[in-house]
Design a protein around this ligand. Sequence first.
Ligand SMILES: [Zn+2]
Length: 198
Amino acid sequence: MTEQMFEHTLWRKGNKFAVKVLGAEDPSGHSPATAAVYGNPQNDCLVRVHSRCVYGEVFESDDCDCREQLRTALQMIDAEGAGVVIYLDQEGRGEGLRNKARGYAYSQEHHTDTFTSYRALGLPDDSRSYEAAAELLRRLGLTSVRLLTNNPAKVHALQENGIEVKRETWTVPVSEFARAYLEAKRQYGHMIATGQAD
Ligand SMILES: [Zn+2]
């Protein structure tokens, strides 16, 4: 049975875009995967698959690059006239806000990076899943995308779920506070040039 999808429109900076929300209940209580669809996206359009970050996106913390990644993706997709931003309720690399806060507290007490802290707390480096994102892309008729990311694991995960992915090179403005976080991500496999934070 095909999963239900709820659809409506919203406005952003004078432009209308479509919102599509997968309708399945998540027993874990997470919000469903959501797509913001700009224009009439075709294969090889720009796509951002973004995981929730309350600290960066709501509190506007400068300690990570999440808010700027999301904002840059929206600007690039809006400028191109077509594309998709998929938003996933996966705080703290899939470990939830409670564990993310535990990780931050550990990092600040022990002066460790986020990955070291997660490991010290017995948490996996990254337990995010991209099946729902791939499902949403398929429902939009997309089987091949230009993905805005520097995370090879995300590229592989979408490919494993049947989406052909080309990684789109992009530069995201980074605050000086987030540089340590980006350096940690680079050491753990993200494709971030050493000078990109400048
Ligand atoms: Zn963040």
